[in-house]
Structure formats: C-alpha cells, structure tokens
Design a protein around this ligand. Structure first.
Ligand code: FPP
Length: 244
C-alpha cells in the first residue's frame, strides 16, 4: 500500500500527555493510563497514514521521565517491550518503518534488543515512519550535535565558517527526516517540554484538551484539518494576502 498524496502535514509529532490524569479520573492506577495510552498508538498511526502523514514522531519517554518512581519507569519499559513484540508483525504488514530518537544506551539490554529487532524487521519498509522518542531530550540533542560538529572542526577548522542552519541539521538526531510540520500536545498543557526544540522553529503548534488515552483518530483528523486552514508564511508574506 503506498501512502495517499493529500495536502497537509507530512511530519507530525505528538506529546502524548495525560495518561496519569486519565487513570485518576477513572479511579484507576496510573499505569493503567499508560496501558491505555499504548493501545492508542496503533489506531493513531493507522489514522495518520490515511491522512497522508509520512512520519509520526511520538514522545514516549523523555530524559526527565527517569525521575518518576522506579515501578512506573519499569512499567513503561515493559509496556514498550510488549508493544514492540505484539506490533512489529502487524506494522510490517502495513509497510511501516520504525525509527527512534534519543539515547537508547541507558535502557535495560532487553529493551535495547527488542528495539533493535523491530528496527531490523521493519528496515526496508517504505510506508509511514513511526518514530519513537525514547530517553530523548532536545537540549541534550543540540549539545551532542555541537560536540560532534566541534570534533569534526578539530580536524578541519575551516568548517566553522562554512556551517549554516542546513549544515547543522545534519548533526542532529533528526538528520534525514522530513521537516517537522506540526506538534500536537494532548491533555491541555501549553508547553513543549524539551521536545524537538530546534525542529519546532516553523512547526504549527496544536493543543488538544483531551487526555492521550481519549485522543482518537477523529481528534487527529481535526488537528490535520486545522493545519490545512493555517497560513504558513515562514516569516514572509503570503502572496495572495499581502494587503491584510
Ligand atoms: C505522559 O503522561 C506520558 C508518558 C510519560 C509516557 C507516554 C507513553 C505512552 C503513551 C505509552 C507507551 C508508548 C508506547 C509506544 C508503547 P503522564 O504520565 O505524564 O500523565 P499525567 O501528566 O496525567 O500524569
């Protein structure tokens, strides 16, 4: 199945917030909110494909999430492993490619192995890209990029003056990925929480009040329709609205 060619955002990132509050509102333990949140991922990915989105990048675990109680962190690790074990084959049938952002080295070995296995199985696929941000932090990403660039400059000092924004992109973890078009955050918080800070420069921001476990394909469709109505000027003027 090849992706539909619809106008609209090609690369959408989501901060999947509100699992804990969703659970509390139902009188359930926080982890059940994460469990429900994990179930949403497949439905939203499928809907994203049908809306013509080429890459869906999900903030699944931030560099700050290690501060959570150990049992919650362990639950999230297990959830990720279960997700990859049960979903890799269906994702393969749907021609989904799987990428990650973030420093995986801090994850337990079995989690790293599962991620590597899924990436390998889905490596040649050409459909929508599912990118999970795992132990990801944007400031860390930018610092690491600066370090890599500096190391290259030690061998070739003239690189310093040749560096431009496009060139710096190549040092980021998102090198080679499509430009980010839209960031969605659920659960009514108006923050970007150290997510894709460089990449957000010209992205459209969309905030949805529902908690992530209640975020349905309908909500995603509404976000995409909202994006299509926006006037993206990148700091310039829209030629047909110059006088406005
Ligand atoms: C934020 O909700 C959510 C997270 C920190 C984890 C996100 C993980 C999932 C949605 C499920 C796992 C994903 C995959 C791909 C299997 P929160 O706990 O901060 O909610 P709260 O702000 O209401 O407490």
């Amino acid at each position: 199945m090849s992706p539909p060619t619809l106008s609209g955002p090609k690369h959408v990132a989501i901060i999947m917030d509100g699992n804990g509050r969703w659970a509390r509102a139902q009188g359930l333990r926080r982890n059940l909110g994460h469990e429900r949140g994990g179930h949403q991922v497949r439905d939203i990915l499928r809907a994203a494909f049908h809306l013509g989105i080429r890459q869906l990048t999900l903030y699944a675990f931030s560099t700050e999430n290690w501060k959570r109680p150990k049992p919650e962190v362990a639950f999230l690790m297990n959830l990720l492993v279960r997700f990859l074990r049960s979903e890799t084959e269906p994702l393969n049938k749907d021609n989904v490619r799987f990428l990650t952002l973030g420093d995986l080295a801090r994850f337990p070995q079995r989690v790293q192995d599962e991620i590597a296995r899924s990436k390998e199985v889905l490596r040649h696929n050409t459909g929508i890209v599912l990118c999970l941000a795992l132990n990801y932090g944007a400031r860390r990403e930018i610092v690491e990029a600066a370090k890599s660039f500096t190391r290259r400059c030690l061998q070739d000092p003239e690189r310093v003056d040749r560096l431009d924004e496009e060139g710096f992109n190549e040092y980021l973890e998102t090198a080679g990925m499509p430009e980010l078009d839209m960031l969605i955050r659920t659960a009514g918080e108006y923050r970007v929480s150290n997510f894709l800070l460089w990449q957000l420069s010209y992205a459209e921001l969309y905030f949805e009040s529902v908690f992530w476990p209640d975020f349905t394909p309908e909500h995603l469709r509404a976000a995409v329709e909202n994006f299509r109505e926006r006037d993206r000027r990148y700091g310039g003027l829209n030629p047909i609205r110059k006088k406005a």
